[in-house]
Design a protein around this ligand. Sequence first.
Ligand code: TIU
Length: 228
Amino acid sequence: MKLPSILSVAAEPYSFDLMPAASALLIIDMQRDFLEPGGFGSSLGNDVSQLRRTIGPNQKLLAAWRALGLMVLHTREGHRADLGDLPPSKKARGQGTIRIGDPGPMGRLLVRGEPGHGIIPELAPLPTEVVIDKPGKGAFFSTALDGILRVSNIRQLIVTGVTTEVCVHTTIREANDRGYDCLVPSDCVGSYFPEFQTVGLAMIKAQGGLFGWVTESASILTALGPVA
Ligand code: TIU
């Protein structure tokens, strides 16, 4: 089924004109290290159960996006095994008893190739989908993301994942400065802190949509129609 070239998605601060052919679903850091006990997130003292409510809505949106043959990208935060891309300031931060690169129950914390670095099985990427390994909080910093999106003529991003005020926010801010429009479904992003979830979403849509638009996944699914 051919989608219309523009679909109106109910959103705040005003409706989002989604252009399916120019849009991609960008799923940020839905990794075991952030969503499962024993990973990097819990090493910082966080309650990982706060993030798990995002899994179901992400699965539904991802299934719809895949069914329509639209572009999907996943990101993973993590570092080289030799930690050559880990700034000492990032390792030191948090003063945790175990830190990035140290062994934990799911392997070395936030290190590429370790079990904890992997995307949770519920949202496992397909072989055809792009996976961006990023050393920072933002998905554009020190990655090929911008080039990949430009080659595919992508101008709009549906941004989901964790955490709302850290890697999702940083990525949206980076995307804005590069000319992308970002739409954030609130039920598909999560924070360890309920108050940061609320304020993080408010900041995106404030001042007439300074960083982007906020919606719910159901509104995107409604706009995509029966195929989804
Ligand atoms: N600590 C926290 O909330 N987040 C991160 O360290 N990384 C991401 O958000 N992915």
